[in-house]
Design a protein around this ligand. Structure first.
Ligand SMILES: *Cc1c(COP(=O)(O)O)cnc(C)c1O
Length: 219
């Protein structure tokens, strides 16, 4: 008897492809960002061995420790809040920063990118639920902030959001898609382990999946 092992990653990719097709989209238009934060290397290594190339991290220092010596050929994305005193390290390490959400950070990124001659691709984080404890620019201020970033010469590639917990996320994904469309942005980072299929239905071009891929995080 042959025991065919289907990895968690393969299962997620299959679900992503099916969600894309259901929405009349092409599976190739949705990327899987493997959120490796707080995961032991034993959990990450098998996923890397399956040729997963895009990884998401929420802390600059943790990402440096994990990836600095083995980032060749990989795309690293920062998906957690960025303090201005970490901008230098973040610009040096990450290919994509998804959490640009305030003018002070925009200015710091523009200055540091000029200094290093290296500019990560950028996403503006939108606080679609207007939750006071959550990072992200308010939806009503998003258009102005995107314009401000562009005036600084920052290459804004798309938008990112983390919907509030405990409510259906669909309207938050739809709001993010609407803000992106009216600002001429085509990339949408939205959807996590519990809701990535809904996010794909609403136009996600990348989903950030952690626990469904690696198992529960170790703290
Ligand atoms: C941790 C994290 C994720 C992954 O969450 P899971 O529910 O484990 O898939 C996605 N996005 C952000 C911003 C995160 O901090």
């Amino acid at each position: 008897m042959t025991d065919i092992q289907i990895s968690p990653r393969q299962t997620i990719l299959t679900r992503m492809a099916s969600a894309a097709r259901t929405a009349g989209r092409s599976p190739e238009d949705v990327a899987l960002v493997a959120v490796s934060k707080q995961q032991p290397w034993e959990a990450i290594a098998p996923v890397l061995a399956e040729r997963q190339l895009i990884f998401g991290e929420n802390r600059v220092q943790e990402a440096q420790e994990r990836w600095a010596d083995r980032r060749e050929g990989l795309e690293l994305r920062l998906i957690g809040p960025l303090q201005t005193n970490k901008v230098r390290d973040a610009v040096a390490l990450f290919d994509v920063i998804e959490t640009l959400d305030r003018p002070k950070l925009a200015k710091a990124l523009a200055e540091e990118a000029a200094r290093q001659g290296r500019m990560p691709r950028l996403y503006v984080q939108v606080n679609t639920g207007e939750e006071p404890q959550k990072a992200g620019v308010s939806p009503t201020l998003a258009d102005g902030f995107i314009a401000e970033c562009r005036a600084l010469g920052l290459p804004i590639e798309g938008l990112m959001a983390i919907p509030p917990e405990g409510v259906p996320p669909g309207m938050h994904f739809a709001l993010l898609a609407k803000i992106a469309a009216r600002n001429g942005l085509t990339k949408l980072s939205m959807g996590m382990s519990g809701d990535f299929e809904t996010a794909i239905a609403h136009g996600a071009t990348s989903v950030r999946v952690g626990s469904a891929l690696f198992g529960a995080r170790t703290y």
